[in-house]
Design a protein. Structure first.
Length: 277
């Protein structure tokens, strides 16, 4: 879908048909999208974070909305800009329709697949390794560049969110950005849909949706920014044991702050900062 450069939707919310589609397919591309100014800001943030963290794998900038990121420590001096983008009014309107009024931001990730060398992300479900109980999450994946089949756009399996978590197994191949993948007999790859987006467009998807992306062998970079949101009635379980990921870095949820972006209730969650705007 191509959008005019200066177009900004005046109707950020989802209509009844779109909400029904989200429930049926597990994802939706809203009419609302980020402005040109916000896209330019995101591109500047990408360039800066890559420059400040030359030792980081560009597909794995985890939690740039935090001062030092998460997992592998990084310099994210513009973390407040990442937080502001996460609370965009139009985006919150859509999230409120899907999640409900009490929403917590708990994670983010910058996926920058360099031209020619961007790594594959195998088919997976996010919820297989997250500390949320009961498991409930909505992800907002924002295109920073033109994202298409050529430069390895996101792929999804519509309706795959309806059957819960599938068995995952370790993927030991080299040059992949995630070492967990769904067993091949658990879904039908021929039903995959490519999510092609213009800069500023957003795809919203359910925690159980099966998704992945190919390696970027094109001459064009593919950058995207994803935010993770949960309802406050679920618990961000800080008792989940620390672990070491495939890159040898510690994954710990014990001290990660959460941000309340809408509503009043935080449930039993701790370390919640008010970020209502």
């Amino acid at each position: 879908m191509t959008i005019p450069n200066n177009y900004v939707s005046e109707q950020p919310g989802l209509n009844d048909i779109e909400l029904a589609q989200y429930k049926k397919d597990g994802y939706i591309i809203p009419d609302w999208h980020f402005s040109d100014d916000d896209v330019n800001l995101m591109r500047g943030l990408v360039e800066e974070i890559i420059k400040l963290n030359p030792d980081h794998q560009q597909e794995q900038f985890v939690c740039p909305h935090l001062p030092k990121g998460a997992t592998k420590p990084m310099n994210s001096s513009r973390h407040r800009d990442f937080l502001r983008l996460a609370t965009a009014a139009g985006l919150r309107t859509v999230l409120k329709q899907i999640i409900g009024k009490d929403i917590l931001l708990w994670g983010s990730q910058l996926f920058c697949k360099p031209a020619m060398t961007g790594m594959e992300i195998p088919w997976h479900q996010d919820g297989a390794y997250w500390p949320i109980k009961p498991l409930a999450n909505v992800s907002a994946w924002i295109a920073i560049d033109d994202v298409n089949i050529e430069n390895a756009c996101l792929k999804v399996i519509p309706g795959s969110h309806l059957n819960g978590l599938r068995p995952h197994e370790t993927d030991s191949r080299e040059k992949i950005a995630l070492d967990q993948t769904i067993k091949q007999d658990q879904f039908e790859q021929n039903k995959a849909v490519n999510i092609e987006l213009s800069p500023g467009q957003v795809v919203i998807f359910d925690v159980y949706l099966i998704h992945g992306s190919n390696a970027n062998t094109s001459g064009k970079r593919r950058a995207g920014l994803v935010y993770r949101y949960m309802p406050s009635k679920s618990l961000f379980d800080r008792s989940v044991p620390d672990k070491t990921n495939q890159s040898g870095h510690l994954v710990s949820y014990k001290h990660r702050p959460l941000f309340q972006i809408h509503g009043e209730e935080v449930g039993d969650n701790t370390m919640v900062e008010n970020h209502l705007t």
